[in-house]
Ligand binder design. Structure first.
Ligand code: UD1
Length: 362
């Protein structure tokens, strides 16, 4: 069997890592394509180093663009690689534009698709990621769901039950197997931070950055918070804050830094008092690390994180955010962990693919 995996953006890299290793262990022939959706050193290369991922076999160098240009360009280039490599299966992970481009190109060439992180739904079609998730799930032959609610979403959309496999959360497998290694990070010393004495903010979603007023509302709340807030800033958000001349006007307690590599970010997050984010994966990682999470979105596809108050949604409402931050000292408990969020997820994925080769026939 020959398996081709496609990655492109930062959150893809930690998801493909254990799957790639698992098939390598089983001596299955593999090809790794990188679309180049993320290309900055600190959004890309540092992750390959931290995760010890092999250099991709094919790097497409697509870069940024409108959704149509980015996705379309990826599709035409991925198609070329697929027609050369002729894999038996394409694996795509998550919900970014590279995921969508990979899935469409593959199925159009009659090559079956496995979608890892299948079934998450925010039910918010304004999010590009929601569109990507729905479309990719609709055309995939293997639907690897991270949670029971994701399975239920797929069933209620009429997906064939024979194709749905509840395997757990592969990004959490990577988290668990890199926690020890993240202790080598010097980030706390370098930034003179004390454990449990600072907050972390990441914000980059289109729905938050397209309206600078939302960013201003969030930062206005944060400048009145006692804790130090560390902000590894996504290039898109940096650009918006620069354009409106706000980057210099943030509070003294707010420390803007470049996006961090995987191990540094893990160390920063696992030692923090609380996390504020609009990312998907960070909501899940915070739950696993027992770090209270405040999500700067109106909804989440990761609804399992809302159980027991591990994560709360505040959107970009300054009053709700201020209240949530004030409430942090009352929230710190050990959160129950979702089933199958463990170190065997990639093993289940590989077993399933090898045991269900009938699904490779379209
Ligand atoms: C993408 C994903 C999002 C994910 C995020 C993680 C889609 C639709 N969105 O959003 O789900 O949470 O990745 O970061 O795929 N840029 C750089 N350098 C880079 C990459 C991007 O400067 O290495 C800047 C460019 O100005 C670009 C902008 O960021 O226009 C947006 O990049 P893009 O890849 O379109 O999407 P993300 O916002 O990163």
């Amino acid at each position: 069997m020959k398996i081709l995996s496609i990655v492109g953006a930062r959150p893809n890299f930690m998801k493909i890592k254990p799957i790639y290793e698992e098939f390598k262990k089983r001596r299955i022939e593999q090809i790794l394509i990188h679309t180049g959706q993320h290309y900055d050193e600190n959004m890309n290369r540092v992750f390959f180093e931290d995760l010890e991922l092999p250099k991709p076999d094919v790097f497409l160098g697509i870069g940024s663009g409108t959704h149509g240009v980015q996705t379309g360009t990826m599709m035409s280039r991925i198609e070329e690689v697929l027609s050369q490599e002729k894999p038996d299966l394409t694996i795509v992970v998550g919900d970014v534009n590279s995921t969508l481009a990979g899935a469409i190109s593959s199925i159009k060439m009659q090559i079956p698709v496995a979608h890892v992180e299948s079934g998450y739904r925010s039910f918010d079609m304004r999010m590009p990621e929601e569109i990507n998730r729905i479309l990719v799930d609709r055309i995939s032959q293997f639907l690897f769901a991270p949670t029971e609610d994701a399975v239920n979403n797929l069933i209620s959309e009429g997906a064939d039950k024979k194709r749905i496999f509840f395997v757990g959360n592969v990004m959490i497998e990577t988290l668990l197997s890199h926690l020890q290694k993240s202790k080598i990070s010097k980030i706390l010393d370098d930034m003179s931070l004390e454990k449990d004495n600072y907050g972390v903010l990441t914000i980059h979603r289109a729905e938050n950055t397209s309206d600078p007023q939302k960013l201003i509302e969030i930062f206005n709340v944060l400048k009145n918070v006692e804790s130090k807030i560390i902000v590894p800033l996504h290039p898109r958000t940096r650009k918006v804050l620069c354009d409106i001349g706000y980057l210099d006007k943030l509070g003294k307690n707010i420390d803007i830094i470049e996006p961090l590599g995987y191990l540094d970010f893990l160390a920063l997050m696992s030692n923090s008092k609380f996390v504020m984010t609009d990312s998907g994966g960070i909501q899940e990682e915070a739950l696993m690390l027992d770090v209270p999470c405040i999500t700067l979105r109106e909804n989440t596809e990761r609804i399992v994180t809302l159980k027991n108050g591990a994560n709360i949604l505040v959107g970009t409402d300054g009053i709700k955010l201020a209240k949530a931050i004030k409430d942090i000292p009352n929230r710190k408990i050990k959160y129950p962990k979702p089933p199958l969020w463990d170190t065997k997820v990639s093993n289940r994925i590989a077993d399933t693919i090898l045991d269900h080769q009938e699904l490779l026939v379209l």
